[in-house]
Design a protein around this ligand. Structure first.
Ligand SMILES: Nc1ncnc2c1ncn2[C@@H]1O[C@H](COP(=O)(O)OP(=O)(O)OP(=O)(O)O)[C@@H](O)[C@H]1O
Ligand SMILES: [Mg+2]
Length: 244
């Protein structure tokens, strides 16, 4: 399974990625967390990985990668050279924007797309791709080779607006397994959002409650800690595997 986690900025993509990674790893899957967000740094920290090398580093940075692209050389880097491991979960970071004025993140998108398309996963393997905020990665086709897109919906109007568009864009890419995960919700909000999403023809895989442990560990910059959110993620992971 190769699964992209998508959603609007701050909806909880990175948090949900780590929670699902832990849940699936606990179910005996070999899990790789693939950090395709070229801006935010938080994902590695949530997993307890510090200062990981990037796939882009294998090319000596963006300029080196650009030369390889321009020369028409095949893009098939050995990501095992830059992978980290934490909690039994593999972690691979594509690359980050580092300097002011260094240019757009398109090269990161190209690299992420190439690497993802070549990653092979066995029966008991899962790759979870944390994407950057919004839908640009869908526009760039980074997710073209994934088997499913899980769209994190927090209780905001913007999320509800974006999910419909994202579903259409996923279909454009040929990814038909598109499901929403509600995040930061409570018992009152869940049925309301369910109804809205079902009305848009978006299947809801499950919901994750607002969890103070998650919030506080994130505020302190610690490894991700979770209480009820982890319980909910375990249910979602089971639903994902059962419905596969
Ligand atoms: N279930 C939850 N309960 C409480 N807080 C949450 C929950 N999920 C996420 N958060 C908080 O919401 C904020 C954003 O979470 P996160 O960084 O995972 O979002 P993101 O979608 O990856 O953001 P970005 O678009 O910046 O990459 C963080 O402060 C995080 O702790
Ligand atoms: Mg994030």
């Amino acid at each position: 399974m190769k699964i992209a986690i998508s959603g609007k900025g701050g909806s909880g993509k990175s948090t949900v990625t780590v929670l699902l990674a832990r849940a699936l790893s606990g179910m005996g899957f070999e899990v790789t967390v693939f950090d395709a967000d070229e801006s935010n740094m938080g994902l590695a920290r949530m997993l307890g990985v510090s200062d990981p090398e990037t796939v882009m580093d294998l090319y000596g940075g963006k300029q080196g990668f650009k030369r390889v692209l321009n020369a028409g050389e095949p893009i098939n880097p050995d990501v095992s050279l830059v992978e980290s491991k934490a909690e039994g979960i593999r972690f691979v970071r594509v690359g980050k924007i580092e300097r002011g004025g260094e240019g757009c993140a398109c090269l990161m998108g190209i690299l992420a797309k190439e690497v993802l398309s070549k990653l092979k996963t066995g029966d008991r393997e899962v790759v979870l791709v944390d994407t950057e905020a919004g839908i640009e990665h869908l526009g760039r086709g980074v997710d073209q080779s994934v088997d499913a897109i899980l769209f994190v919906v927090d209780p905001t109007f913007d999320s509800l607006m974006l999910v419909e568009k994202a579903k259409r864009m996923a279909l454009d890419l040929g990814v038909s397994r598109f499901m929403a995960i509600l995040n930061k919700v409570d018992e009152q909000l869940t049925p309301l959002l369910h109804e809205k999403l079902e009305g848009m023809g978006v299947k809801v895989l499950g919901s994750i409650r607002r969890d103070d442990k998650v919030f506080m560990s994130s505020l302190k910059g610690d490894k991700l800690e979770a209480g009820v959110a982890m319980e909910d993620a375990v249910k979602i992971a089971k639903a994902l595997v059962e419905g596969w």
